[in-house]
Design a protein around this ligand. Structure first.
Ligand code: HEM
Length: 125
């Protein structure tokens, strides 16, 4: 009798990278980026409403390469997370649950987020 050699633990190398899987992993990644960016927003908000020195520090950070990169990353993550979040909520409501619809909606979200990330990058640099 042939024994099927099924893997005993999840290994990334055995999965086929389908659009739905990429969209789900990117949703979690973008959620982590958004949570980590909250302290940065608060620091900038504090700078904008604090002393003139705090204001200057916040503006200097926002105009620095690191600040622009952070702003780009947080904005791109928010745009992706928003569109894929709407997609997830539609799936939760039972809309677009067929395999084709799930794959196509994931493709649409990934393309929208990629275009938005490129436009943002151009605007910020
Ligand atoms: C802009 C509107 C947003 C929408 C429509 C949205 C939607 C969603 C949805 C539907 C989920 C659940 C995904 C699932 O079923 O696994 C989720 C997860 C999550 N969201 Fe959002 N979200 C939004 C904004 C945010 C913001 C602003 C943050 C952070 C500051 C955030 C952080 C997270 C995190 C950390 C998760 C858990 C990800 C995971 O580990 O699976 N979201 N979001």
């Amino acid at each position: 009798m042939a024994i099927k050699q099924a893997p005993l633990s999840p290994r990334l190398s055995i999965y086929r990278w389908l659009p739905g899987m990429i969209a789900s992993i990117a949703h979690r990644g973008s959620g982590v980026v958004l949570v980590l960016s909250v302290p940065c927003y608060l620091w900038i908000l504090h700078g904008m409403t604090g002393s003139p020195q705090d204001f200057d520090s916040a503006v200097a950070l926002l105009h620095s390469p690191l600040g622009r990169l952070g702003l780009w990353l947080a904005s791109a993550a928010l745009i992706y997370h928003f569109f894929n979040g709407i997609r997830f909520l539609c799936l939760d409501a039972g809309w677009g649950e067929s395999r084709d619809m799930m794959r196509n909606s994931a493709r649409v979200v990934i393309v929208i987020a990629a275009v938005a990330a490129i436009v943002l990058g151009v605007l910020l640099w």
